[in-house]
Unconditional design. Structure first.
Length: 166
C-alpha cells in the first residue's frame, strides 16, 4: 500500500509548504484539469514544473485533460515520476503508456465511473497503475460511488491474471 495525498485542497498560495507537510507520504497526487475534459480548471505544466523543483516526494500528475497523447509526455520529461492519463481522452493509450515509460515515468491509466474496464484489460502489461475513479472526475469532496466496487474487484482479478505488479 502507498499513500498519495492530493494537493487539490491545498493552499495554492503556499504549495511548497503544503508539500512539506506531506513529506512522509509516498507520492504527491497533483490533479491537472483543463476545463475541457472536466468542467474544472486547476494548474498546468508550468506550476507542476515548479512543484517538481521543491517537492520532497515524487509527484504523480493525474491529467484530467483533453489530448493527453500530446501533453502527458511533457509531464514525464519535466520529471513527474508517475503520469496518469484518462483512457477516455487518449487516442492511443498503449503508445502513450509506452512513451511515458520510455521517458522514465510510471505509466498510469485512469478510468471514469461510466467507462467499462474490460475493453482496456489488454493494456495492463504496459501500465504501472490503474486509477479507478469512484467519483466523477473534476471535483474534490465527492462521496465514493459504492456502485464502482464491482469494477474494483474486476480490475484486481485482471491484474492477478496478468501477474503484473500494478
Amino acid at each position: 500500500m502507498q499513500i498519495s495525498p492530493s494537493i487539490l485542497s491545498a493552499d495554492f498560495a503556499n504549495l511548497q509548504s503544503e508539500l512539506d507537510r506531506i513529506a512522509n507520504a509516498d507520492w504527491a497526487h497533483v490533479d491537472v484539469m483543463d476545463a475541457h475534459f472536466v468542467p474544472n480548471l486547476t494548474l498546468g505544466l508550468p506550476v507542476v514544473e515548479a512543484l517538481l523543483k521543491v517537492s520532497p516526494i515524487p509527484i504523480d500528475a493525474h491529467l484530467m485533460i483533453e489530448d493527453p497523447d500530446r501533453w502527458a509526455p511533457l509531464y514525464a520529461e519535466a520529471g513527474c515520476q508517475s503520469v496518469t492519463f484518462h483512457v477516455e481522452a487518449a487516442r492511443d493509450p498503449r503508445t502513450l503508456a509506452r512513451t511515458l515509460r520510455s521517458a522514465g515515468a510510471r505509466a498510469a491509466m485512469a478510468v471514469k465511473p461510466g467507462t467499462p474496464f474490460a475493453p482496456y484489460e489488454d493494456l495492463l502489461p504496459d501500465l504501472d497503475m490503474v486509477r479507478l475513479m469512484t467519483v466523477e472526475a473534476g471535483f474534490g469532496g465527492q462521496a465514493c460511488m459504492a456502485d464502482q466496487m464491482p469494477k474494483v474487484r474486476q480490475v484486481g482479478d485482471a491484474v492477478g491474471r496478468h501477474g503484473d505488479d500494478i
